[in-house]
Design a binder for this molecule. Structure first.
Ligand code: BTN
Length: 255
């Protein structure tokens, strides 16, 4: 399979395609630690046998059906306290790359999942390499379900094909994702953090809407309104007991 990135300035210009790897994030980390790597290098694999997701979960993806790749980004301009801006930029870029391929609106489910309706199309795993206490390089690991028809044991997963009722060229989706991510990354680098956050919130599932949430290990749901995110990326929810900030493992959405 040939992949092109003729609509980007630097993302994917150095493209390493692999038939099989444990995880493209692992490969990208090893590469980064072994010497200088051009910024925007992409490692793309047809199959991952140890794909990793958020919160220590695995990332399952049928070989050659979907996109699983990692982008190596120089993030030394970003103070560690602003790390979540990178997550916002990349997830917005993914949304703007993949979203227009579907008729219905896609959105971002906090913190950085891409959803079509109530189903997850893709996700993002960012891993940072620090130099002392400063950010040096970030590895943005992207998984987007493109042509997979069945997701046994993953009732909330979907693919572009399932949503659109037709298949997509992996190359076309890859090109769109790289262009979308690059545009948002350059916006972040240009310092437009306020605008980035505004756009992220505008596309955030449930923002300023009354909806149901659940606490871990709790059977009962509670009502709340997402009012924003903290600089560290915690979710701010207005509840009956006032405003609370939640980490990823501290709250789940009820669909
Ligand atoms: C999530 O939603 O849990 C994040 C999923 C991230 C998956 C991608 S696939 C390419 C890259 N390599 C990995 O091992 N994980 C990320």
């Amino acid at each position: 399979m040939q992949f092109s990135t003729n609509n980007t300035l630097f993302i994917g210009k150095n493209l390493i395609t692999l038939k099989q790897v444990d995880s493209t994030n692992n490969y990208a980390k090893l590469l980064t630690n072994s010497g200088p790597v051009p910024e925007g290098t992409v490692i793309l694999a047809e199959e991952q046998y140890g794909g990793r997701g958020q919160a220590g979960n695995s990332w399952q993806s049928d070989p050659a059906k979907n996109l699983t790749f990692s982008i190596i980004l120089a993030c030394d301009f970003l103070p560690p306290s602003d790390q979540f801006f990178l997550s916002m930029a990349v997830s917005l870029g993914m949304l703007e790359g993949a979203g227009p391929l579907l008729k219905d609106n896609c959105c971002i489910k906090w913190p950085n999942d891409i959803y079509s309706g109530r189903k997850k199309l893709g996700g993002l795993l960012i891993e940072n390499i620090l130099s002392g206490s400063r950010l040096k390089t970030s590895i943005a690991g992207i998984g987007i379900n493109v042509n997979q028809d069945h997701f046994p044991d993953l009732p909330r997963a979907t693919s572009l094909k399932k949503e659109a009722g037709r298949g997509f060229s992996l190359d076309r989706v890859f090109t769109a994702l790289c262009a979308g991510i690059e545009a948002r990354f350059l916006q972040l680098k240009g310092g437009a953090r306020g605008a980035l956050k505004e756009d992220y919130l505008r596309h955030l599932l449930g923002y300023r809407q009354r909806r149901q949430f659940r606490l871990p290990f709790s059977a009962s749901a509670f009502e709340g309104i997402i009012t924003g995110i903290t600089p560290e990326g915690r979710l701010l929810v207005e509840t009956a007991d006032g405003q609370k900030a939640f980490d990823k493992k501290e709250i789940s959405f009820v669909f």
